[in-house]
Structure formats: C-alpha cells, structure tokens
Design a protein around this ligand. Structure first.
Ligand SMILES: [Zn+2]
Length: 230
C-alpha cells in the first residue's frame, strides 16, 4: 500500500484500518481534495465562468443533469472530478472568453468522454479485490504505467473534442496556445503530455478544421480520431 500510495498520490485516502476496493480509494482521494476547496462568492468573475459554461452546454452532448459546475476560490485552473463535477477556480473568470471556452470545453470533454470511468476500469483491472500491500505492491509499476499512458491519451482526446466544441463559439488556435502557455510544461508529467506536444496537436486540429471548412463541411464535435504527436 505504501508503494502504490507513493506512486499514485493516494496517501491520505488509503486507510490501513479498512480493506477497500481501489475505486473507493480513488473516489475518497478526490472527495478529500474537493473538501479542501472553498466555494467562490457570487461575483462578476464567477458569473462569467457560469455564462461560458452555459454556452458550452448548449453544444455539448452532456445532459445538464449529468454535470455540476462548482466555482471555487482559486487560480486559473479547472478540473473534471468524479466523472460528473466540473470544478473551476474563480480566477478563470478573469481570462479572455476564448481561453475560458477552451479550458472549460477541455474539462467538459473529460466528462462527456467518460475518462474517469475508463481510468477506474484500469485501476480495477490491476487491483480487482481489496486494496492491501500484497495486492497492490506487485502491480504498482504496471498500474502506474497503464494509468499514465491512459491519462496522456485522455489529454489529447479532451483537447481535440474540446476544441471542436469551443471553436464554433469563437475560440481560436491563438486562444488554445495562449492558455497552454500560461503554465507551460517542458516535459511529460505522469498525467499530462509536454506542452509542445499538445501545441502540435492543436495546430494539426486547426489545419484539419480549416480544410474541412474549405470543402464546405462542418467540423464535427465528436469522434475526432487523434494520433498523439511525437
Ligand atoms: Zn485534461
């Protein structure tokens, strides 16, 4: 358990006192992080986040009942949590509308593409029973490898699906690149590809969208087939 917790950042959620299945541990970890956040007061910047969210929801395949927006005190960051929550820092309300569209569309895409459920399935495949040192230590390396690979794929998918969602509402390639360059990552992290890889994909998506538009076609919002740039 120590080894898996260290690798997956689940320390606090892994209680040695009770045996749990791995998805319960993952959910508890997310709930604990959520409980540390403070709801943002009603303000103009919070209102701008809600307006942008509503614009995207009119085009999303998600039912309004399937996702809950929570605007919290915090910086320029947003996160899809527990497969149904979109948790957004209220500083996102200070972004230009185009960047806010790209950011929220990316996170909404994690929800509509059911990435949380897919990640849970990978954890459950490696740890099908109780979470104990003898069930987790032997698989920790393989599990973190598979989970990281899946997370990277999900990032490319959410960029592609989200850009197709946000672009018809006025978001541009410049908005996407400006957003990425606010917190650039030189190399890959366990969960996210390096910024230059994501920029390469955005440029490819823009070129593809322009080619489709030149032919008089409409950019579809789903089923974008993405080959991660290397
Ligand atoms: Zn993401």
């Amino acid at each position: 358990m120590r080894k898996l917790g260290a690798i997956l950042g689940l320390w606090v959620a892994m209680s040695p006192a009770c045996a749990d299945d791995i998805v319960s541990v993952l959910e508890r970890s997310q709930r604990l992080r959520l409980e540390q956040r403070v709801a943002a007061p009603d303000s103009e910047r919070s209102r701008r986040v809600r307006v942008t969210f509503d614009r995207l929801m009119t085009r999303s395949r998600l039912s309004p009942h399937a996702v809950e927006l929570r605007v919290m005190q915090g910086g320029v960051q947003a996160e899809a949590m527990l497969g149904r929550l979109l948790v957004v820092g209220d500083a996102v309300g200070d972004l230009p509308e185009g960047e806010r569209l790209v950011l929220l569309a990316h996170e909404l895409s994690h929800l509509s593409l059911e990435h949380w459920q897919a990640l849970c399935a990978v954890y459950r495949k490696h740890v099908p029973g109780d979470v104990r040192p003898d069930t987790t230590d032997p698989v920790a390396g393989a599990l973190s490898h598979d989970a990281n690979a899946l997370s990277h794929r999900h990032e490319y998918e959410a960029d592609a699906h989200g850009f197709a969602l946000a672009r018809p509402l006025g978001a541009t390639l410049d908005d996407a690149l400006s957003l990425l360059m606010r917190q650039p990552m030189l190399g890959d992290s366990p969960t996210h590809p390096a910024t230059r890889r994501r920029i390469a994909q955005f440029r490819m998506l823009q070129a593809r969208a322009e080619a489709i538009e030149a032919q008089g076609g409409a950019l579809r919002t789903g089923g974008v087939n993405v080959a991660p740039p290397r």
